[in-house]
Structures are given as C-alpha cells and as structure tokens.
Design a protein. Structure first.
Length: 296
C-alpha cells in the first residue's frame, strides 16, 4: 500500500509522522518544502506536485486549511484528482463545509476514485500523541479499507454516515468550541470587571456544569498570556463561517454563533489571527481595559 499526504501544517505534519511511526512509507507534498523536511528519509519522499504524488499512491490524505486550498490541490494546475489511479481512495481530513465535501465526492466519483471525508477533533498535542477523533463520512467498505491507518493517527473513529456527514459533524463540534470559548472569555471579562480576581474565577468556574471541559486546558495560556498556537484563531473563525454557510444552505438560524464568528473576526483585525483561538479572551479583556472615549 502506497500512501500520499498533502498538507503538512500544524496538524498534517503530526498526522503524517504518526503514520511513519507505524512503519508506513509516505510520498508527501507541501507548498513550503521546508515543512516536509522532518518527514523525509527512508520512510518519506517529497513530490514536486500533487499530480506527481498522485501517480505513486493508492491512498491519498489531504489536511489543508480551507475549501479553496483543497480544491486547488485536487483540481487546480498540477492537481492530484486527474492523476490518481482508478479505485484509489482520497481521504480529506480538512475542515470544510458539507456541501463542499459532497462536491469533491462527486468529482472523485467521476474519475472512479473513492472519497472519504474524515475531519478530526483535537489540537496539536492530540495530533502528536495520536489521540485525534475522526468524524467519518464514507461508504462502510471504504472506511474499513482505511481504518488501520486512521487508528495510527487517532484513537476514536465515529462513522457519522455517508459522504459529507463527517464534515457535517465537524461543523457542529467546532461551532460548540468556538461559541464556548467566546462565551467563557466574555464571562471572565465581566467577572474581572466586577472586581473578581482571575484566579478566583478560574478556581470557581472550571469543572462546574456551565463550563465546557476543554476550557480547563486553556487556563495556562490565559494566565501566562502566552497563546502559542494549538488551533489558530483565524481557522476557528473560518470554521464558524463555514458553519454559517452550512446553516444558510439548510435553512437554520444561528444568531448566537454568527455574533461569536464576528467577535473572532474583530480579534483577527487586532493581530490575533495566528494566536491560539483562546486569545479571544485577551482581545475581550483588552477592550475592557481600554480607556473610554472622550465625550464630545
């Protein structure tokens, strides 16, 4: 079995490395070759383009930032989709919207290529430790074909249905993460504004029913002010936008989520785009600490 991997960013590089740790040899491609260097050697070779990579593999993973990047890698100049062998399997782990996944599935089917959408939940540390959760939209036979590979990268696989249903669940999960983080940051800002210490707020709130469990992992970042990226704020805003697009397509109203989405956009404008998405707290408290505008 020959495996290809396209997209070696924060998540993709760690996912590919875990496949190699289990003895799989990879052909890899990334727009910036330097990011691929740690994977090159006896178990890894670099391809000059997605098209050349596709000619060498039976199963191709993509882990790219957004739908446009996926479409460019698949169908753009030197794209891989026209070069995969008949009966090859494309596993897209990117965070994209369901209608886009279904579009890519149709493009793959036209070329007799199998398609699986398998986005993940988990940040950089989980990716490094192979503790990602896969949300899989696929034909059952295709899932069984790649199950051993997914279990090299993650520790839980949820088959949510047919093509597009993996990305559908991913939209739901990231919507909860994004709104949960924003709501917690706003509550913390209020508490501090009312004179409650940050330590008291953390000690009192974490572990209680109103607070999502994942927020405990953000305490150190907030207390230290070091928002080293586990999941970039700009990609959280992107995922919430894609959830908004999906809601529009399905006739669902999301007033709270759209407000949170715009909060992340405002934070991006103030320089937080590449910080961890928990930096939305820093953005909100910076607003709180800013002096009030002079009256005119």
């Amino acid at each position: 079995m020959k495996i290809g991997f396209v997209g070696l960013g924060i998540m993709g590089s760690r996912m590919a490395a875990n496949l190699q740790k289990h003895g799989y040899s990879l052909v890899v491609f990334n727009r910036t070759r330097a990011k691929a260097e740690p994977l090159l050697g006896p178990c890894g070779t670099f391809s000059d383009s997605p098209a050349k990579l596709a000619e060498q593999v039976d199963i191709l993973f993509t882990m790219l930032a957004h739908p446009d990047a996926v479409e460019q890698a698949a169908l753009g100049a030197n794209g891989f989709l026209d070069h995969l062998l008949s009966n090859a399997l494309w596993v897209d782990c990117s965070s994209v919207n369901p209608s886009f996944s279904k579009k890519m599935a149709a493009e793959a089917a036209r070329r007799e290529v199998h398609f699986v959408d398998a986005p993940v939940t988990g940040s950089a540390p989980a990716a490094a430790e192979a503790k990602l959760i896969f949300w899989v939209g696929a034909d059952p036979a295709d899932l069984e074909r790649i199950r051993p590979l997914l279990l090299c990268i993650g520790n839980k696989i949820v088959h949510t249905g047919g093509q597009g249903m993996g990305t559908s669940m991913k939209m739901v999960v990231n919507l909860l993460l994004g709104t949960g983080m924003a709501a917690f940051a706003e509550a913390m800002a209020l508490g501090e504004g009312l004179g409650i210490s940050r330590k008291m707020l953390f000690d009192s709130l974490l572990g209680t029913p109103p607070v999502a469990p994942f927020l405990a992992s953000k305490r150190e970042k907030i207390e230290s002010g070091n928002y080293e990226t586990e999941f970039p704020l700009r990609w959280m805003q992107k995922d919430m936008h894609l959830a908004s697009v999906s809601a529009y397509e399905s006739g669902v109203a999301m007033p709270l989520s759209n407000a949170a989405k715009e909060l992340y956009r405002l934070a991006m404008r103030e320089g937080y785009a590449t910080e961890d998405f928990s930096a939305v707290y820093d953005y909100l408290t910076a607003i709180h600490e800013s002096p009030a505008p002079a009256k005119v």
